[in-house]
Design a protein. Structure first.
Ligand code: PLP
Length: 387
């Protein structure tokens, strides 16, 4: 039976997919093949490897694991999440159009508007929480639809299968940034997406020690295009980084389980706190598109944003600077909890007017709940909010 059999459970796949004992020694852990080139017995006579930009055994193992986790056949590992986004955009030509969510990761939006827009690619930024907004701007020049769900930092939820249905019979490809949900909670390929993208820097790596990106697909044609670009451009993940992410994903199932337990406990505690105003967490029954999240996700993850009753900048800054276990830092998805102030940190590059439109107020605080004991995280937040 193949290790990647469809019925295999997620954590079993996370431990076993893509990895085989090393053929030369039996080493159970995939070796870190720190090599640029491979000796050939005769010209063109080699063991499948010629040069490490094109392929490397440590990267191959990771790419196979990544594909299996998303229910795809093909995985590609890039030097960063944005390098992975860039590879997808490089498949486009001037005159092509893209429909993208209006609440994207800041770096993705910056790449779209400062690099690809001047090259002649047209972007329509729409609220993808309602798939009708995608249909409204879809036309015969549309080649790509880019969706993030849940979004950063407002945890907005898009119905992936509804967007896929809106594109039925149309040549545009649907790409989903699945960084926040992780393949443990949501598999966009199964909902009809053509490409899944991850910042493996976050939950896949899971230990805040590596920057990496990934693309997964079921489609051999899409894979061939992206693989050619990966080799032509060369933004590949190095063997040491591939080893770290391969190690990270073995515990993805149990880590995400704890992230979800902590996320739920903290979201519910915050919602009941008299000094807290809004709590953004897709698990609440009255959260917009909650029923979509309940159907398309296995659980609601460890990302939460909230605002305070005292909506002054100084009050939210004080909370961010008063926690002990929640480290004040950008990024997310590691075993340790992080707290940050989107308007002043991760989303400072988003124009104030657009921040206001989206609801990224000066009072908004974002949490990445780690895997510590939830009681400790709650008492940490309690002392910071009451300070
Ligand atoms: C971090 C992040 C990215 C960018 O990935 P890098 O690894 O930082 O290049 C893209 N999308 C989301 C949702 C992210 O959180």
């Amino acid at each position: 039976m193949s290790k990647e059999s469809k019925t295999t459970g997620f954590s079993t796949l996370a431990v076993h997919a893509g990895v085989e004992p090393d053929p030369s020694t039996g080493a159970i852990m995939t070796p870190i093949y720190m090599t640029s080139t491979y000796v050939q017995e005769g010209i063109g006579k080699h063991k499948g490897y010629e040069y490490s930009r094109s392929s490397n055994p440590t990267r191959d193992a990771l790419e196979a694991a990544l594909a299996a986790l998303e229910g795809g056949q093909h995985g590609l590992a890039f030097s960063s999440g944005l390098a992975a986004v860039d590879a997808v955009l490089m498949t486009l030509k001037p005159g092509d159009e893209v429909i993208a969510g209006d609440d994207l990761y800041g770096g993705t939006r910056r790449l779209f508007t400062t690099h690809y827009e001047p090259l002649g690619i047209r972007f329509h930024f729409v609220d993808t929480q309602n798939a009708d907004n995608v249909t409204a701007v879809l036309n015969d020049r549309t080649r790509l639809v880019w969706v993030e769900t849940p979004t950063n930092p407002l945890l907005r939820v898009t119905d992936i299968s509804a967007v896929a249905r809106a594109l039925q019979g149309h040549p545009a490809r649907l790409a989903v940034d699945n960084t926040f949900a992780t393949p443990a909670l949501q598999n966009p390929l199964k909902e009809g997406a053509d490409i899944v993208m991850h910042s493996a820097t976050k939950y896949l790596g899971g230990h805040s020690d590596v920057v990496m990106g990934a693309l997964m697909t079921k489609d051999a044609q899409v894979d061939a295009e992206l693989r050619t670009l990966q080799n032509n451009v060369g933004a590949v993940a190095g063997p040491m980084d591939c080893f770290l992410v391969l190690r990270g994903i073995k515990t993805l199932g149990i880590r995400v389980r704890q992230h979800c337990i902590n996320g739920r406990a903290i979201a519910e505690w915050l919602a009941a706190h008299p000094k807290v105003d809004k709590v953004y967490w897709p698990g609440f029954a009255d959260f917009p598109n909650h029923e979509v999240a309940a159907r398309q996700m296995n659980d609601y993850g460890g990302m939460i944003s909230f605002t305070l009753q005292d909506n002054s900048l100084s009050a939210s800054k004080k909370v961010c600077e008063s926690t002990q276990f929640f480290a004040l830092a950008e990024s997310l998805g590691g075993v340790e909890s992080l707290i940050e102030h989107p308007a002043l940190m991760t989303h400072a590059s988003v124009p104030a007017e657009q921040r206001a439109q989206l609801g990224i107020t000066d009072s908004l605080i974002r949490l990445s709940c780690g895997i510590e004991d939830p009681e400790d995280l709650i008492s940490d937040l309690a002392q910071a909010i009451d300070a």
